[in-house]
Design a binder for this molecule. Structure first.
Ligand code: GLU
Length: 265
């Protein structure tokens, strides 16, 4: 029995971030089956009355697998621009078709760090998200990887999802990765334990492993610091494994019995 009881909130606004490693297979190709399962769950959450903002990575990874035939060497900036341009088109096209099966309209929001600074762009972006949500359109957000390179980039999409959760005044941010959450040691170590609840102000630096997965830019360190900052802004944050069956629905219906790390606010 858990000591922590969740109050079930209806009609929540939730930002959900799906990492590249959730959406790609071992060989780097887009895992359409996983994607479709997550779309089913998001449709379920919407039918429960929740509003969703989806931050999805996977553009660079799916572009890379689409352009496998490219032989000549490209520098890292050229690669990122080329792969993201192709991969984002593929990604949003898949989402568009999958959500349409549920009668859900989606809209693409490609953004850069500048759009979160104090500027006219910030206001425009905020307004665009507002009008989408008011009209029942599901925003699917990614960094505009074709123009944000090197120092202009977000640290990763974890940072972007935290900023998006704040901009849209979400009540919750769910970060889906390929691991259940934050462990007290190496996740593969049998003595490690999953930390299920992180109270405000708790320092996790002793527990975080510096390693990161191969597909995305982020890692547990970045997830943990984004989660701490976002929770401090009054938004509860859950880190969970996007490869677990029906994870989003379980997190909303029975979080106490679902593996995850939750940062309380
Ligand atoms: N925006 C990148 C993409 O869609 C991912 C960035 C990240 O790994 O956090 O491929």
């Amino acid at each position: 029995m858990s000591f922590h009881t969740h109050i079930l909130l209806l009609n929540m606004r939730i930002t959900i971030k799906i990492g590249s490693n959730v959406l790609t297979r071992q060989d780097g190709s887009l895992d359409v089956t996983r994607m479709s399962a997550l779309v089913d769950q998001i449709a379920d959450l919407r039918s429960m009355g929740h509003e969703i903002i989806l931050v999805s990575s996977g553009a660079v990874a799916s572009g890379r697998s689409e352009l496998k035939h490219i032989q000549h060497d490209l520098d890292s900036v050229d690669q990122r621009q080329l792969f993201s341009a192709v991969g984002q088109a593929k990604l949003i096209n898949r989402y568009f078709e999958m959500f349409r099966e549920y009668g859900i309209s989606v809209g693409q929001v490609l953004t850069t760090k500048e759009n979160f600074a104090d500027s006219e762009h910030r206001k425009n972006q905020e307004n665009c998200l507002r009008v989408m949500l008011e009209n029942g359109v599901l925003p699917i957000v990614n960094e505009n990887d074709t123009v944000s390179v090197t120092e202009l980039m977000f640290t990763d999409n974890d940072e972007l999802s935290g900023l998006m959760a704040r901009m849209t005044q979400s009540q919750m941010l769910i970060i889906l990765s390929n691991i259940d959450g934050i462990y007290t040691g190496k996740p593969t170590d049998p003595d490690s334990r999953l930390i299920s609840i992180v109270k405000p102000g708790k320092d996790l630096s002793d527990y975080i492993q510096p390693s990161k997965s191969s597909a995305g830019r982020g890692g547990m360190q970045s997830k943990s610091s984004v989660a701490t900052r976002t929770a401090a802004a009054g938004i509860s944050v859950v880190i969970a494994n996007g490869k677990r069956d029906n994870i989003l629905v379980k997190l909303m219906n029975d979080r106490d019995n679902t593996p995850c790390t939750e940062f309380l606010c």
